[in-house]
Design a protein around this ligand. Sequence first.
Ligand code: SAH
Ligand code: SF4
Length: 358
Amino acid sequence: MGNINLKNFNYKELKNWVIEKGWKPFRADQIAKWIYTKKVNSYDEMTDVSKDIRKYLKENTEFSSLELVSYEKSNIDGSIKFLWKLKDGNTIESVFIPENGHNTLCISTQVGCAVGCKFCFTTKDGLIRNLTTAEIVDQYLQVQRFVGLEPKKRISNIVYMGMGEPLANYENVKKSVQIFTDKKLAGLSNRKITISSSGILHQIRKMYEDKEFPQVRLAVSLNAPDQKIREEIMPISQTNKLEDLMKLLNSLPVKPGYRIMLEYVLLKGINDRPSDAHKLARLIGKNKKRFKVNLIPFNPYPDSIYERPDEKDVLKFQKILWQYDIGAFIRWSKGQDISAACGQLRKKEINSFVKIHS
Ligand code: SAH
Ligand code: SF4
């Protein structure tokens, strides 16, 4: 086992690497099929790949970058939270979410986060490090293997909404999106992948200008109807002004059918009042078909300084947006009983007593 992990390579890189090794180019397709289509558990299962190549791969590359430490399944909605240990001992989490007719996987992109939103548990210890592309891609492969490969277990949707700010780990996230959407690799649909960002203006701009970044759905954590409230709960707003963010979002070349999702964490008494809903509607303005709003009632965690809003206020907030003909959905959190809901994922200390449990 070595430091190379083939899931750090997009298709072109995989092919070049295979050629560099002196193997026939079609070996890249064979290997890719075993990894991404058949999702095998080991190099030994790659039966049409020659023994010599398998031996080389076994000795010089790592098969998976993640080790499963534990998982918890929600009794409420069947979602499963996974805790993974990375090779350096850090831990990350992913959440499998079964929904009517399809399955979504929420993945992490960093250990911790540097952005420092006041309501978010992930950022408490700041940023520890970026994940590699393989560590991002392995979350998908490992979870799919874990839940099973039958069609009804298939992960069709991926949301970059776990731990970390995806666009602050730009290159590795970009390559993971290339891998997920490449028909010769994971082959997922671009429309079923969503990158969620806290709204770092130059990174969003860069992503849309980058011809090599496959277009997927963009979600932006707006979380406030005006600059004052946003600055209070999201300090990055001091330099990434709400006004500039809205200008940018209104000008991005989004494809039809790729509406931008505006995420809005509802914090009791802070941004959940009817007046906030009206302000938000005015902020969205005329261009409402470009956006949809995702309302996320705050998910508390130990020592959180905010409170979950009352259900009636959440429903009222949604209704007001509807009055303006704005598409608004409420994300009643999945996996709340297992602390797997939005904003609840965080680095864990592992000791040798942690067991796999169901
Ligand atoms: N860093 C990215 C993606 C990860 S956070 C981003 O900020 O968009 C994913 C979503 O969870 C964001 O919309 C964020 O605002 C929300 N969130 C964070 N903490 C939360 C909490 N405690 N309760 C509910 N939503 C939360
Ligand atoms: Fe980072 Fe997103 Fe949490 Fe903000 S909400 S601290 S950007 S993970």
